[in-house]
Design a protein around this ligand. Structure first.
Ligand code: G16
Ligand code: MG
Length: 221
């Protein structure tokens, strides 16, 4: 029986990818790597330092910076990103997700967040929904980020549920691998092709509801 839901944040609850992209674009310009839409997609769900490495690599600059310089670049990105997320309000919750969260709370499900973002609590507060969650996984506590199963396993542990008692929601392939590796039911939001490893797939957040989940081929098929 499903008792809880573990939510990715960026791309599932709100679209911070646009804001991450804006900030990383500036970093890419600084280090003279080309900023492309493909790179923006590849960074979804990837931790801050791993994202920086991918941006440096894109321009062949991975050996041009010391560790201290890399940490400074990541800090500069995060400072700019923090000014961007300071403007978030409940209006920035993705379509359908506010109603879905309310539906889950009304039915007594327990909820947690498995985001790679160290800024997740700030974002959830801005969106006005932090109180709906029983726990937020601290990404600083992880040995490995997505696609490793650890973050979604911890999301279920926070709720004291077994992996097969929760549904994990994700919009990134790295995140889906984490959910599947943890042995949870995976719900992928996005392109069918990109989300083909998901147990349940919806192309848009607006389609996510308990009724549509129950009617999916995974549960009703
Ligand atoms: C998010 C974004 C990633 C970002 C990561 C870390 O993951 O998708 O692009 O690099 O968080 O964010 P921060 O720099 O704020 O710690 P998720 O897991 O919420 O999709
Ligand atoms: Mg995401």
């Amino acid at each position: 029986d499903i008792k809880g839901f573990v939510f990715d944040l960026d791309g599932v609850i709100t679209d911070t990818a646009l804001l991450h992209g804006k900030a990383w674009h500036q970093t890419a310009d600084t280090v003279k790597s080309e900023w492309t839409p493909e790179l923006a997609v590849a960074l979804k769900g990837i931790s801050r330092m791993d994202s920086l490495e991918m941006i440096l690599k894109a321009g062949g600059h991975e050996n041009d910076y010391t560790q201290a310089q890399k940490e400074q670049l990541a800090e500069d990105k995060n400072n700019y990103y923090k000014t961007l997320i300071s403007t978030l309000t409940p209006a920035d919750i993705l379509p359908g997700m506010d109603a879905f969260l309310k539906e889950l709370k009304a039915k007594g499900y327990h909820l947690s967040v498995a985001s790679a973002s160290k800024n997740a609590p700030t974002i959830l507060k801005g969106l006005g929904i932090i109180d709906m969650f029983d726990g937020v996984v601290d990404p600083a506590s992880l040995h490995a980020g997505k696609p490793d199963p650890e973050i979604f396993a911890k999301g279920a542990e926070l709720l004291n549920f077994q992996p097969n008692e929760v549904i994990g929601l994700e919009d990134s392939t790295a995140g889906l691998k984490s959910i599947n590796g943890a042995g949870e039911v995976s719900l992928g939001i996005g392109d069918v092709q990109e989300m083909h490893e998901a147990d349940i797939n919806f192309t848009d957040t607006a389609q996510v509801s308990l009724a549509n989940i129950a009617n999916s081929s995974y549960f009703a098929g």
